[in-house]
Design a protein around this ligand. Structure first.
Ligand SMILES: Nc1nc2c(ncn2[C@@H]2O[C@H](COP(=O)(O)OP(=O)(O)OP(=O)(O)O)[C@@H](O)[C@H]2O)c(=O)[nH]1
Ligand SMILES: [Mg+2]
Length: 331
């Protein structure tokens, strides 16, 4: 009986031959297993895949514990931003340049194979940037979508140095659609009702046009605007010169929908270095909770300073706090 393997199988097989780490090999073999139809004709193929997987697992012992190679990156800081895109657009370079993390950056594609994390300082808070392996037409690590689903905001990174810039958006978009994830630009929600219904997840996505320092970037940015300017807000950026970063950070802050409030003790000055970060619309009691759970139960009253209040106005626990407010709790 013929095996009749799907074309994708051969693509993966090809990638397997080129793979340089056991981790990669294991992921590819697992993917090959997943897409191999289960019938008599494929018995031999499946047995072979199984034995190769089990051999690899034995040699890379601890990796076995990463069940199904799913990754979860615990959230840190004021918001988690997941960077996705096709190979070589500069996802890792962004993290290497703007955070203290040192992911491998390289002109060869498929450099990144595991998630990486770096903290991006913005004023007195930090955003968590998460690096991911590339998404291509042929292959994507399925767990990249888990990271996307869990993200507070997605950066779809493309390269202004590449003539394939439109394809770079298209490829990622179609992969996300397959995973039933709908991207939403900042300006307006997606207007394709059918697509919306099918999508389980809607993710606010910024289109990051990286490598803005490269030749031809201005022209390509225009093309990108023309094709995708309605759907996404586009932010030109250079991971090398830093151009575009300030504006992008402000937008991220806005998009995360968060407020910073500060606390002070009576007769002491405010510590503006250490804000409490809360979702917009949070209440006084939630600020107290964030400060200290027991404290939140115990405080009798609070005074507040800010643009919406008289100086030192007394507030109740259910009053909403605003960005920049200063709270003073009384026990
Ligand atoms: N001139 C210029 N080069 C950049 C910029 N960003 C990245 N690069 C270069 O582009 C190449 C690819 O960068 P990476 O950060 O490794 O790309 P990646 O998207 O992480 O690639 P994969 O891990 O394969 O998905 C490297 O040589 C970087 O130095 C940029 O803003 N300007
Ligand atoms: Mg990378």
């Amino acid at each position: 009986m013929p095996a009749n393997l799907p074309p994708e199988y051969y693509k993966l097989k090809h990638e397997l031959e080129a793979a340089s780490t056991d981790e990669e090999r294991l992921q590819l073999l697992e993917e090959m297993t997943r897409i191999t139809p289960k019938h008599k004709g494929t018995e031999k193929v499946r047995a072979d895949l199984r034995s190769r997987i089990s051999k690899l697992r034995k040699t890379s012992g601890k990796k076995q514990s990463k069940k199904g190679h799913s990754y979860h990156v615990p959230k840190q800081g004021a918001g988690q931003l997941v960077l996705i895109g096709t190979p070589n657009v500069g996802k890792s370079q962004i993290i290497a340049s703007f955070t203290k993390a040192n992911p491998v950056v390289s002109p060869t594609p498929y450099t990144t194979q595991e998630p990486g994390v770096g903290m991006l300082q913005y004023e007195n808070i930090q955003f968590q940037l998460v690096d991911t392996p590339p998404i291509t037409q042929d292959f994507v690590q399925p767990w990249v979508f888990d990271l996307v689903r869990n993200a507070d905001l997605v950066w779809l990174v493309v390269s202004l140095a590449s003539d394939e810039i439109l394809d770079q958006v298209e490829i990622v978009e179609s992969r996300l659609t397959e995973a039933k994830i709908q991207t939403t630009g900042v300006k307006e929600a997606a207007n394709d009702a059918d697509e919306m219904l099918e999508a389980n997840f809607t993710k606010t996505t910024l289109l990051i046009a990286n490598q803005a320092d490269e030749d031809g970037a201005v022209d390509r940015l225009e093309i990108l605007q023309e094709f995708y300017g309605e759907q996404f807000q586009i932010y030109p950026l250079s991971a090398i010169t830093g151009e575009g970063l300030d504006r992008l950070q402000e937008v991220v802050y806005q998009q995360l929908g968060i407020s910073r409030v500060y606390t002070k003790s009576p007769a002491k000055s405010v510590d503006y270095e250490d804000p409490i970060v809360l979702p917009n619309g949070s209440k006084v009691i939630e600020a107290a909770m964030a400060l200290h759970k027991e404290f939140a139960q115990g405080f009798k009253s609070a005074r507040i300073w800010g643009t919406n209040w008289y100086d030192g106005q007394t507030v109740s626990r259910d009053d909403v706090v605003y960005d920049g407010d200063v709270l003073e709790f009384h026990l």
